[in-house]
Ligand binder design. Structure first.
Ligand SMILES: Cc1cc2nc3c(=O)[nH]c(=O)nc-3n(C[C@H](O)[C@H](O)[C@H](O)COP(=O)(O)O)c2cc1C
Length: 200
């Protein structure tokens, strides 16, 4: 590194809805490069080829040309080392309306159909009587998949996704990758003291 200034990963939400680099992404990272830090870590970049809004992705070869052009332009504007932070995250959904939540549980056989006779306000008031603790959390905050929900065959695929993303990062010309092991995402969840899995 040319100096000790390290720019940490900060998501910009400037990618396209399907994870490609945009001119706005170029603008911000080229400006960072011109500032002259020793290291620039590119924002959390997804390794799983799933819809993830404007988050950048390294989950398929189709993302290589855009990221390669970005690194090339950053290199032309400074001598920073550059590497993407690669991230895996599980499914997450926004909170459903009370009625939609009730109906989805009934459809899955997890709630008695008779409860659909309650008004939304009645269900909201007494929801803890009808729902398991996990369902209460999903009701109040939206569904969030947890590592306890993954079976071993799903877990075994995760290292390969990280490795494939790292190989693509090399093909783009990055200097390395940073692994996202924080903030309650997949890898941090495995390390958490609250991880109750017994098959590790
Ligand atoms: C807008 C914004 C986006 C961020 N995005 C990421 C991210 O993509 N990955 C990550 O690990 N941390 C992310 N962070 C956390 C920063 O990297 C973190 O604040 C940084 O490491 C500085 O740490 P400090 O506040 O302890 O100095 C983000 C922070 C901000 C403000």
């Amino acid at each position: 590194m040319s100096n000790r200034i390290w720019l940490p990963a900060m998501v910009t939400w400037r990618g396209t809805e399907d994870g490609f680099v945009t001119p706005d992404v170029h603008d911000i990272y080229v400006r960072y490069a011109m500032g002259g830090p020793g290291m620039i870590v590119l924002e959390a970049t997804g390794i799983r080829d799933v819809a993830s809004g404007p988050l950048l992705r390294l989950s398929h070869d189709r993302f290589i040309p855009g990221l390669k052009a970005l690194v090339d332009e950053m290199r032309a504007n400074g001598d920073a080392l550059v590497m993407p932070q690669i991230i895996d995250f599980l499914k997450i959904a926004t909170r459903k309306t009370t009625r939609a939540f009730m109906e989805s549980l009934v459809a899955r056989g997890q709630l008695s159909e008779a409860l659909l006779g309650l008004s939304d306000a009645e269900f909201e008031r007494d929801h803890s009587r009808h729902l398991t603790p996990r369902q209460q959390r999903d009701f109040l905050y939206g569904y969030r998949q947890r590592i306890e929900d993954l079976d071993l065959s799903e877990i075994r695929r995760i290292p390969d996704w990280f490795a494939a993303a790292a190989r693509r990062a090399r093909a783009c010309g990055f200097d390395g990758v940073e692994l996202h092991f924080a903030h309650a995402y997949t890898m941090a969840s495995f390390l958490s003291v609250t991880n109750g899995r017994r098959d590790d």
